[in-house]
Design a protein around this ligand. Structure first.
Ligand SMILES: Nc1ncnc2c1ncn2[C@@H]1O[C@H](COP(=O)(O)OP(=O)(O)O)[C@@H](O)[C@H]1O
Length: 358
C-alpha cells in the first residue's frame, strides 16, 4: 500500500492502520525507532541531480532534519534510537571548503535529539572525510554497540585509528530482548574512502574496472550490472563472514534482526544503479538466516520497498535532500512481538511488516 497523498486516501489509510492496531490488540509496544536518510546538507543554493531529473534542496535539508528530531522528541513513546542511513552532508562541501562547519551544523541538530543516533557512512561521508577522520569523529557511533553481549566478543576487524586500516565500520546492538540491529559497511570494498596504497582499494579498483569499462567510473552507461559504479561499494569476504557469525548467534537465540546500511541489497527495492556491488551475496546470506526480518537502506532518493521471496522486508528510505519545503521524508517504526509498523511522514509510506516464520 502506498502512502496517502489525498485526504480521501488518508482516511482509508487511517482505517487500515486502525485495523492493524486492532490486530495488534493486546500486544505490547516494545519500543520504537526513527529512520532518516540522505540529508546531504550544504549551505548552497538548490540545484539538480546529475541527470537533472530531481531538484536538491541543500539548505532546506537541515531544517527537515531539525523538524524530524522535534517530532521524534514529541512522540508519546520517544524513539529508543534513530538510524541515520548515511550521506548526512553533501560532497559539494569539499568545493565549498565547508565540510567541518556543515558537519558541525548537522551534529548541533543531532545533539537536540532525545534518542541516540546510529550513523551510517555513505559515499558523501567519504567525499568529505577520510576513514580515519570519520573514525575519530562524532559520526562514529560504534560506542553504542553492545558491550556486555557475548556475540560482541566475536572477533572482527572494525574501525580503529590505524592509518593503514583495512577495517570496516560495522557493529550491532540489542535494544530490547530478542531484537538485534546490525549495521553493515557497504563501502568496505570501494575506491572511495580507501587509501590507494591499501589492498582493499587495489582489489576494489580491479573489480570495478573488470565490470565497468567506462572512462568515467561513475557512469553506468552500457553496463550489464549497472551497480558497478564508483559511487557504490561492496562487502568484503571477512565482513560477510562476520555477519554470518552474528546471524548464526541470533538464529540460535531466537532473535529478530534488522540489518541496515547505506546501499540497498534487493533489486526490487531500488533503481539497480544504487545497489551494493555484491548485493546478491549479502542478500543470500540474510535469506539463509531466519532471524533476518528487515533490511533498511538509503542512497536511492526516490525510495523503494519489497518483500522478498524469503519474507524479508527491504525498505529504501526516500532522501531528505530531494524533499521540498512543505513535504517530509522520515519515519518511526513501532516494534511489536509479531510485526513492525512503519509510520511514514511525507513521501515515506506507512507499512505493516509481519516477521517471517522462524
Ligand atoms: N550517470 C552518471 N554518469 C556519470 N557520473 C554520475 C552519474 N550519476 C552520478 N554521477 C556522479 O557520481 C557522483 C555521485 O552521484 P550523486 O548523484 O551525487 O550521488 P548520491 O545519489 O549519493 O547523491 C557525483 O559526482 C555525480 O556527478
Amino acid at each position: 500500500m502506498k502512502s496517502p497523498d489525498s485526504s480521501g486516501e488518508q482516511e482509508i489509510y487511517s482505517e487500515f492502520l486502525e485495523q492493524e492496531k486492532v490486530s495488534n490488540d493486546g500486544m505490547e509496544l516494545y519500543f520504537t525507532f526513527g529512520i532518516i536518510a540522505d540529508v546531504q546538507y550544504a549551505d548552497k543554493a538548490d540545484s539538480y541531480n546529475f541527470t537533472r531529473t530531481r531538484k536538491r534542496y541543500y539548505r532546506q535539508s537541515l531544517h527537515l532534519l531539525q523538524s524530524a528530531i522535534e517530532e521524534w522528541n514529541k512522540e508519546a513513546k520517544v524513539p529508543s534510537f534513530v538510524l541515520q542511513l548515511g550521506d548526512v552532508i553533501d560532497g559539494i562541501n569539499v568545493q565549498l571548503q565547508a565540510s567541518d562547519v556543515s558537519l558541525q551544523r548537522v551534529l548541533n541538530e543531532v545533539g537536540k535529539s532525545k534518542a541516540a543516533f546510529h550513523h551510517v557512512w555513505g559515499n558523501h561521508e567519504f567525499y568529505n572525510f577520510s576513514r580515519n577522520y570519520l573514525t575519530s569523529s562524532q559520526l562514529n557511533s560504534k560506542h553504542l554497540e553492545d558491550q556486555q553481549d557475548s556475540v560482541s566478543k566475536t572477533r572482527h576487524k572494525c574501525v580503529s585509528d590505524d592509518s593503514d586500516s583495512e577495517e570496516y565500520y560495522a557493529y550491532h546492538f540489542c535494544p530490547f530482548e530478542s531484537f538485534r540491529f546490525l549495521m553493515v559497511d557497504c563501502y568496505d570494498l570501494s575506491i572511495i574512502g580507501r587509501k590507494p596504497s591499501s589492498k582493499k582499494y587495489q582489489d576494489s579498483m580491479k573489480i570495478l574496472k573488470e565490470k565497468n569499462p567506462n572512462t568515467d567510473l561513475n557512469s553506468p552507461e552500457g553496463l550489464l550490472e549497472n551497480q558497478f559504479v564508483q559511487f557504490n561499494g561492496g562487502f568484503s569476504k571477512e565482513q560477510l563472514e562476520w555477519v554470518n557469525g552474528v546471524l548464526t548467534f541470533s538464529d540460535e537465540n531466537h532473535e529478530k534482526v534488522v540489518i541496515f546500511g547505506h546501499l540497498p541489497i534487493h533489486p526490487d527495492s531500488t533503481d539497480t544503479v544504487c545497489l551494493a556491488w555484491n548485493y546478491a551475496e549479502m542478500l543470500s546470506l540474510l535469506q539463509s538466516h531466519t532471524c533476518a526480518v528487515c533490511y533498511i537502506a538509503g542512497h536511492d532518493h526516490d525510495g523503494g520497498y519489497c518483500l522478498d521471496s524469503h519474507g524479508i522486508h527491504h525498505i529504501t528510505l526516500q532522501g531528505i535532500i530531494e524533499t521540498p519545503s512543505g513535504r517530509h521524508a522520515f519515519g518511526t517504526v513501532q516494534v511489536y512481538e509479531g510485526s513492525m509498523i512503519l509510520k511514514g511522514r511525507g513521501s515515506v509510506s506507512n507499512r505493516v511488516m509481519h516477521y517471517r516464520k522462524q
